[in-house]
Design a protein around this ligand. Structure first.
Ligand code: GDD
Ligand code: MN
Length: 362
C-alpha cells in the first residue's frame, strides 16, 4: 500500500532515539498510512543496525544506509527522493521536534492542493525554542534567520527549521539546484522556490535533547555562510568552493601574521621569513580543509599523514611560486604586506586546484 506520508529522518549517532521516535510516530499518526525512512551516514554508534532491527518488526520503517558520505541536507534529499508518497515530511531523529503536530500539517496539505509547504515554526504565536537551544544557539539561530530572510528574500518566520512537510511534486521542481553540503535545507529550498510557493506555518515548541548530542558546530555556521554566498552568486559556485576560498583567506591571515613575526626576529631575511610563513599556512590550510571543506571525506590516521604530505607535495610548486612572487614584489615595492599578499594569492589558487585533484580525490 502506498503511504500518504513519508517521514524522512536524517540520523548521525542517534541509536538510542530510534525506538522512542518510532513509538511516538505510531501514536501520533495512528489511523494514517505512513512510513518513516531513516537516512543514516554510517553512524559509528550503530544507528543503522538499530533501525534495521526495528524495521524487521515494523514494515513502516525503512533505512537508507550511506557509506563514506556526510551531510544533513544531502541525507534529507536522498530520503525524500526514495519515497513514492505524494507528501513528505522531514524531522530530526532526536525527539526535539514535536511529532504530535504531524497530523495537523498533513491535513492542511491534503485540504489544499495549492499548498506546497508547511513549516513547523518556533517563531509564530504558540511556538518557541523552549529549552531546546542554549542562549548562544538561540542568538545564532535568530541572527541567521534575520540574515536569511533579508538576503534570500524569505518571508517565512523560521527558515532555519529542520521540521517541515513538502509536496513531492513541488520538491521535484527545485531539487536539482539544492546544495547537498548544507545543514539548512529548508532555507535553501525556500530560496530556490523564488517566492512562488504557497507556504503555511504551524507553531511548535522545540524540545530539549535527551540522548546523544547536537552536530551543530562552527563548521555548520561556516557552511551556512557558504550557502548564502552560493545563493548570492545565483548558484554559480558550490559550497565547497566557497569553503575552500574562506580557508584560503584564513591561510592568508596566518601567512601574514607568521611573516610579520618572523621579520620581527630577522628583519633582513625576507625570503626565509616568507618560506616559514608559507609552510605554517600550508599546514593550517590542510587541517582546516580536511576538517571543514572535506568534512565528508576527512582523512584520518595514516591517511591524514599521507594527505598532509601529498598536500605539501602538490603545493610545494605553489609555495615556490608564492615565495618567488612575494620576493620579486618585495624587491620592487618593499611593503611586506603587499608582497606577502601577492605570494599567498598565487599559492592559494594553486593549492585549490592541485589538492582537489590529488589530496582529497574521491
Ligand atoms: N544523515 C545525517 N548526516 N544526519 C545528520 C547529519 C549528517 O551529517 N548531521 C546531523 N544529522 C541529523 C541528526 O542526527 C539529527 O537527527 C538531525 O540531523 C539534526 O541534527 P542536530 O545535531 O540534532 O541539530 P540541532 O538540534 O542542533 O538543530 C536541528 O534543529 C533545528 C531546529 O529545527 C537542525 O534540524 C537545525 O537545522 C534546526 O534549525
Ligand atoms: Mn537536535
Amino acid at each position: 500500500m502506498v503511504p500518504e506520508l513519508t517521514i524522512v529522518v536524517p540520523t548521525f549517532n542517534e541509536r538510542e532515539n530510534v525506538r522512542p521516535l518510532v513509538a511516538l510516530l505510531e501514536k501520533a499518526l495512528h489511523g494514517h498510512r505512513w512510513e518513516v525512512v531513516f537516512v543514516d551516514d554510517d553512524s559509528p554508534d550503530g544507528t543503522a543496525r538499530e533501525v534495521r532491527a526495528v524495521a524487521r518488526e515494523k514494515p513502516d520503517v525503512r533505512v537508507i544506509h550511506r557509506i563514506g558520505r556526510r551531510g544533513l541536507a544531502g541525507a534529507c534529499i536522498e530520503g525524500i527522493l526514495s519515497s513514492v508518497a505524494p507528501i513528505v515530511a522531514v524531522m530530526d531523529g532526536d525527539l526535539q521536534h514535536d511529532e504530535t503536530i504531524l497530523p495537523r500539517m498533513l491535513e492542511m496539505m491534503q485540504a489544499d492542493d495549492n499548498l506546497d509547504l508547511v513549516i513547523a515554526s518556533r517563531n509564530v504565536e504558540g511556538g518557541s525554542s523552549g529549552s531546546g537551544l542554549s542562549r548562544l544557539r538561540k542568538w545564532g539561530s535568530d541572527t541567521a534567520t534575520g540574515i536569511a530572510r533579508r538576503l534570500l528574500r524569505i518571508t517565512a518566520t523560521d527558515p532555519m527549521s529542520g521540521f517541515f512537510m513538502v509536496r513531492r511534486e513541488s520538491f521535484n521542481s527545485v531539487v536539482v539546484g539544492l546544495q547537498k553540503r548544507g545543514f539548512k535545507i529548508l532555507a535553501d529550498m525556500l530560496s530556490a522556490s523564488g517566492g512562488r510557493w504557497k507556504v503555511a506555518e504551524v507553531p511548535y515548541v522545540f524540545r530539549a535533547r535527551q540522548f546523544g548530542e547536537s552536530k551543530m558546530d562552527s563548521a555548520v555556521a561556516l557552511e551556512f555562510l557558504g550557502l548564502l554566498l552560493v545563493r548570492a552568486t545565483g548558484g554559480m559556485v558550490s559550497i565547497r568552493f566557497v569553503m575552500f576560498m574562506l580557508v584560503g583567506l584564513s591561510g592568508l591571515v596566518v601567512n601574514l601574521i607568521v611573516l610579520r613575526l618572523a621579520l620581527g626576529v630577522m628583519p633582513d631575511r625576507f625570503a626565509l621569513s616568507q618560506t616559514i610563513a608559507v609552510v605554517v599556512a600550508m599546514t593550517t590550510n590542510f587541517m582546516l580543509n580536511n576538517a571543514l571543506t572535506y568534512k565528508d571525506r576527512t582523512l584520518r590516521g595514516w591517511q591524514f599523514l599521507r594527505g598532509l604530505f601529498s598536500f605539501y607535495g602538490v603545493c610545494s610548486i605553489g609555495a615556490v611560486a608564492n615565495v618567488g612572487v612575494a620576493t620579486a614584489v618585495y624587491a620592487v615595492l618593499p611593503f611586506w604586506a603587499l608582497a606577502g599578499f601577492a605570494g599567498a594569492l598565487v599559492g592559494a589558487l594553486w593549492n585549490f586546484v592541485a589538492s582537489a585533484l590529488v589530496t582529497w580525490k574521491s
